[in-house]
Structure formats: structure tokens, C-alpha cells
Design a protein around this ligand. Structure first.
Ligand code: GCU
Length: 427
């Protein structure tokens, strides 16, 4: 109302508007001395206070308890796995990427029924494979065609994020290869791995009104018409779809379903962590610059905060999570426990030095705080006492590096992931 009164007031309105958007990346806290004191909940203590002293207590009690807590208070409860998998291989090309690989495109019907909602899975396989190939699987932002300039990849038809769409993509006019530097397909294939991807938008268009066009209402329980406070949001849906892609991988004899690494960048790194935490079929889990709501500790006031992420992206998490905006210390977990849910499977957390919004130190500290669970389960955890210097990767069962540069996925990151996979999977 004040805005309509007189022009003098416009100044005040502008100022108020600015305050409403305060705590943007620009004016968040980036001062280590202002992070505040916090106490992390102990991953090796049951909610009732009992110590988790052995692997069987972890498996039978603490792991299910933590999964329930994360689902209830943050990512939401997902729909169950469809009763059966329904898919069709629509492209089977013996030559892709100029001969470096083979291409497969698969329609996966998400409710297990056709016709029905579906997603397109793209799989690039190494041309020289001598047996089932281990797979790197992740969701993409710009459509399957954005991960490589290979002209045979079907162009995405679903909603494209502004700035990520065909009209704006960098590589070619139609957007082919717009994200190629983030996927390094040639490098991955050359080392004998397959690369598989889905377009996240087909599962949940990433905007505030995306729910209606997402998979979520299509999987409502009998009689359900709206979201419950502990129901899944976009991250839950994207993570669930990665498990549906894995259902297909299990059916393809040219792919090694026991060696599938799930990975993602940024919001999709949050997604790969939640997918890997829930679905133990993922044998390696990789988080690239996942930050708040991903690998970074929520209790540290550094870079993005719980309140900020819930305000900017309310559709990513469930409604219950919003109640922690101003009382993050009451969360019954912190993100090190999400990382611990991946134990004892290999986990890689990667940060970028200039990506302060994602809190690189908070990501390292979470990985470090997951280490006791990894060790209790008989692995070497994260073999680093202090945060490693820039570009000094540490590869234990937990891997960590902080790359120089900004928020992105680069060839350097991929070199580390491939070396980490070789270490854990063998050649
Ligand atoms: C925003 C958001 C982050 C997210 C990132 C991304 O910066 O605040 O939480 O990781 O977008 O997904 O690119």
C-alpha cells in the first residue's frame, strides 16, 4: 500500500524490498569467527541415548532411525518403488561420440504402468567394453542432449531452467553439449566406464509451481489430494528417479549394476546424497559442491543457511523442514549423519575454493564427522586430520578435495572421481 501513496515513499519501499532479500549470497556470513558455537548430534547414539557400539546395532536400529528422521524433517517420505519396472529401449546406436562410445536411450515408465508418466534415460557406453561396464549415473540440468554434443542424442522436450534452455546454452544453437564440460563423457568412456543421465525436469520442473507437473501427485496414496507436511519435495523426487534409473541398469546386461556411482552437482549433489543414503544398491556416492541441504553442516552459520534455502527454494524439501528456519539447533540430525548413511560404501565430497556459498569447510567437517561411523563399520573413513589444502585430494573410503576455482564440475573433479572409482572398484 505504501508504494502507491507518493513517490517519496518509493525510496523507502525499495529499501524495504532490499531488506526482504537480505542474506543473499552477497551478504551472508563468510567470516569464520562469526560461525557461532554449535554441538553436532552424535551419529553413534540412538535417539533414546543408547550408544551404537557395533555394526549390527547401526544396521538394525540407527540407520533406519536416521533415514526416518531425514525423511520426516527434511527431504520427505518418497513413494515406494513401483511394483514392477516397465521400460523400452528406444535407441541402440553402436556408434556415438564419433566412435568413442555407444548410445542407448530408454523410456522408463515411472509408475510401472504404460501409458503413464515416464522419463528418458540416456546411457553412453565405452566402445571397447569387454564385459558389463560400471556406471556413473547422475541427473542433469539442461536436458540429456546438453551433456554431450553427440548429434544423435534426442533433444529434451521438458521444461528448461531459464538460462539453461536451448536458447541460452553455450555449446551449440540447439543446446547440444551445453553442459559437456560438466560431464566429460569422452574421459569417462575412455577409462572404461559408462555414463548415464536423466533430465531432472522430467521428474519435477525446478520452480515454485513445479509440483503439479511433477511425478509426486501421480503417486499420491488412495484418497490423497494434497501434500502432507512430511511428504517428499523436488529433491526427494529427483533422488527417487535415480533409483528408477538403477532399476533399469539392473536389467541391462552390458551394465554392471553392482558398480554404479551416483553423482550430482549442487542441488543435484544434495539429490545424489539423499539417493545414495536411501538406496544401498548405489556402490559409490559423489557430492559435487552440494552445500546447504547437501554435504555442508547446517548448524554452521556460513554461506547459505536453512532459512535462506527454505525461502528461496521451498519446493526442494518438505513442509516440516521450514519449522527449523530459526532453530536449526533443534534439528534431530545434521548433514554428517546423511553422509554416515552411506557408510560403509565409498563416499566422495568435493568442494570448490571460491564456492563460499556452499561452505567448503562445512562440507569437509561433515565428512570428518561421518568418519567415526565409517571406522566403526571397519573402514579407514576419511584419512585426514585437517582440511586438506586446495587441490590436494584425500582418497580413503571417504574422499574429499577442495578444487581451486568456482562452483562447477570440471575435468579436475572428474579425474578425482575416476581415480576414486578405480581405487574402490579395481580396473
Ligand atoms: C543456489 C542454491 C544452492 C544450490 C545452487 C545450485 O545457489 O542456493 O543451494 O546448490 O543454487 O543448485 O546451483
Amino acid at each position: 500500500m505504501c508504494c502507491t501513496r507518493m513517490s517519496m515513499m518509493n525510496h523507502i519501499c525499495t529499501a524495504l524490498l532490499f531488506t526482504a532479500f537480505a542474506q543473499s549470497p552477497k551478504d551472508a556470513n563468510y567470516d569464520e569467527s562469526k560461525v557461532g558455537n554449535y554441538t553436532l548430534p552424535d551419529p553413534l547414539k540412538l535417539h533414546n541415548g543408547q550408544a551404537v557400539t557395533a555394526a549390527d546395532i547401526w544396521r538394525a536400529q540407527r540407520r533406519p532411525e536416521l533415514l526416518r528422521l531425514f525423511a520426516t524433517h527434511m527431504y520427505g517420505n518418497s513413494a515406494p518403488k513401483p511394483a514392477k519396472i516397465e521400460y523400452e529401449v528406444t535407441t541402440r546406436a553402436a556408434k556415438a561420440l564419433g566412435g568413442a562410445g555407444m548410445r542407448r536411450e530408454i523410456t522408463v515408465w515411472l509408475t510401472g504402468k504404460r501409458p503413464g508418466p515416464s522419463m528418458q534415460l540416456l546411457v553412453l557406453l565405452p566402445a571397447a567394453a569387454k564385459g558389463p561396464s560400471p556406471v556413473f549415473l547422475g541427473p542433469n540440468f539442461g536436458g540429456n542432449h546438453a551433456i554431450s554434443a553427440d548429434p544423435g542424442i534426442t533433444l529434451a522436450k521438458s521444461w528448461l531452467r531459464p538460462g539453461k534452455g536451448v536458447e541460452n546454452n553455450r555449446a551449440t544453437k540447439d543446446g547440444r553439449g551445453g553442459e559437456a564440460s560438466r560431464w566429460q563423457a569422452e574421459m569417462v568412456l575412455k577409462q572404461g566406464y559408462a555414463l548415464a543421465t536423466i533430465h531432472y525436469s522430467e521428474i519435477f520442473p525446478d520452480h515454485k509451481d513445479g509440483l503439479g507437473d511433477s511425478i509426486i501427485p501421480k503417486l499420491y496414496r488412495d484418497g490423497q489430494t494434497s501434500q502432507e507436511p512430511d511428504d517428499w519435495g523436488a529433491i526427494g523426487a529427483w533422488a527417487w528417479a535415480l533409483s528408477r534409473a538403477l532399476d533399469y541398469i539392473e536389467k541391462d546386461k552390458d551394465l554392471d549394476a553392482r558398480r554404479v556411482a551416483v553423482l550430482g552437482h549442487s542441488r543435484l549433489g544434495k539429490t545424489s546424497l539423499w539417493a545414495g543414503a536411501q538406496d544401498e544398491r548405489f556402490s559409490i556416492v559423489i557430492s559435487n559442491d552440494s552445500g546447504e541441504g547437501g554435504a555442508a553442516l547446517a548448524r554452521r552459520n556460513f554461506g547459505e543457511t536453512v532459512e535462506r534455502i527454505n525461502t528461496s527454494f521451498p519446493w526442494w524439501f518438505n513442509a516440516n523442514f521450514k519449522s527449523y528456519n530459526k532453530r536449526v539447533e533443534h534439528l534431530p540430525f545434521d548433514q554428517h549423519m546423511l553422509l554416515a548413511l552411506i557408510a560403509p560404501r565409498p563416499l566422495y565430497v568435493a568442494s570448490a575454493q571460491e564456492d563460499l556459498w556452499a561452505d567448503p569447510r562445512g562440507e569437509f567437517l561433515a565428512a570428518k564427522a561421518a568418519d567415526p561411523v565409517y571406522r566403526m563399520l571397519g573402514t579407514d573413513g576419511l584419512p585426514a586430520k585437517e582440511m586438506p589444502s586446495v587441490n590436494q585430494p584425500v582418497h580413503g573410503t571417504i574422499g574429499y578435495h577442495m578444487r581451486s576455482g568456482k562452483h562447477d564440475v570440471t575435468a579436475y573433479d572428474w579425474e578425482q572421481y575416476l581415480a576414486f572409482a578405480r581405487k574402490h572398484w579395481g580396473r
